[in-house]
Design a protein around this ligand. Structure first.
Ligand code: SAM
Length: 283
């Protein structure tokens, strides 16, 4: 039990005495925080205790104003994950802060992951003065907006298919005062890429599930010496093999030379799968 008046140090500590030992062992203790909303996974076996868990989470993390439970996996072409509010303020709308930027997000209606924040910062540091960036699969804009704030890029073309995410993308560009450096585009990367033919010095492809079907678009939009950041899911024991083969096949199709600059594990996704990124150059 937590001493009266003291804030519990963790979710587990806040739940001592409220959940049995067995229930505590089934608890998923990690969760995402998007703005003031905690997004948490609750195993089926603990669903009857969901309100107790959510209240304990808010007790241990006083900056959290809403707790939302994940109701399903990221799915569909918009990569949206359904959620249910189980405690706190009844809203899915929030503002997330990252690297000095502000992102309005509606949890459950569009994709947003705070787990890619290191990648945004890493790429921003690589961007050189005057670069034109193709920000494919832009979502609410975290990649291009962090680039606009923290790199000397000339311009980013931010392409997003989900009309609701696109509305937030436009709003976030204005909120961060980067309207002169980011062009938001509502549409399918496959249809937009030919309009950017040969124009991009750098392309980010943060669509790990299915992004391989858009490699053609990257080769079309790439200027010579373009750097592509290609995200994929892969098996833990050999995560790069398939992605590298796909790059090779596409390069052959477009008769262009490529060189891999870096391969990197980004994050664990499931016991058997990890997310990786391959940075490669198209000559
Ligand atoms: C994994 S999310 C990444 C979003 C954002 N870059 C982020 O990191 O928060 C992929 C995004 O690509 C969008 N998308 C999926 N297919 C697309 C396509 N063919 N053309 C443009 N955007 C697409 C989805 O709606 C989703 O917002």
């Amino acid at each position: 039990m937590v001493a009266k008046g003291r804030k519990p140090r963790s979710l587990k500590e806040a739940l001592k005495g409220k959940l049995s030992k067995k229930e505590l062992s089934e608890l998923v203790t990690s969760f995402d925080v998007i703005g003031s909303i905690a997004v948490i996974e609750i195993p089926d076996s603990l669903l009857k205790k969901k309100k107790t868990i959510a209240k304990a989470l808010m007790q241990a993390n006083t900056h959290i104003k809403t707790v939302a439970r994940i109701k399903g996996k990221h799915s569909g072409k918009f990569r949206v994950r359904p959620v249910e509010i189980i405690a706190g303020k009844k809203t899915t709308l929030t503002e997330h802060k990252e690297h000095g930027c502000r992102f309005k997000v509606q949890v459950g209606k569009m994709f947003f992951s705070p787990r890619l924040s290191h990648e945004r910062e890493r790429i921003a540091k690589l961007i050189r003065k005057g670069e034109v960036v193709g920000a494919f699969f832009a979502g609410v804009g975290p990649f291009p907006i962090v680039f606009a704030k923290h790199s000397p890029m000339k311009k980013a073309h931010a392409i997003e298919l989900n009309p609701i995410a696109y509305m937030f993308l436009k709003e976030n560009i204005a909120l961060n005062k980067c309207t002169h450096r980011i062009q938001p585009i509502l549409g399918d990367v496959k249809k937009i890429a030919p309009k950017l033919k040969g124009k991009c010095n750098r392309i980010v492809m943060p669509l790990p599930k299915g992004g391989e079907h858009f490699l053609d678009s990257a080769f079309i939009a790439a200027a010579s010496n373009c750097v592509v950041h290609f995200y994929q899911f892969g098996p833990r024991d050999s995560p790069y093999k398939e992605a590298l083969a796909k790059i090779k096949t596409t390069a052959k199709k477009f008769n262009r030379k490529t060189r891999v600059i870096r391969k990197k594990r980004v994050r664990s996704f499931s016991p058997k799968t990890i997310q990786v990124v391959i940075d490669f150059k198209i000559y």
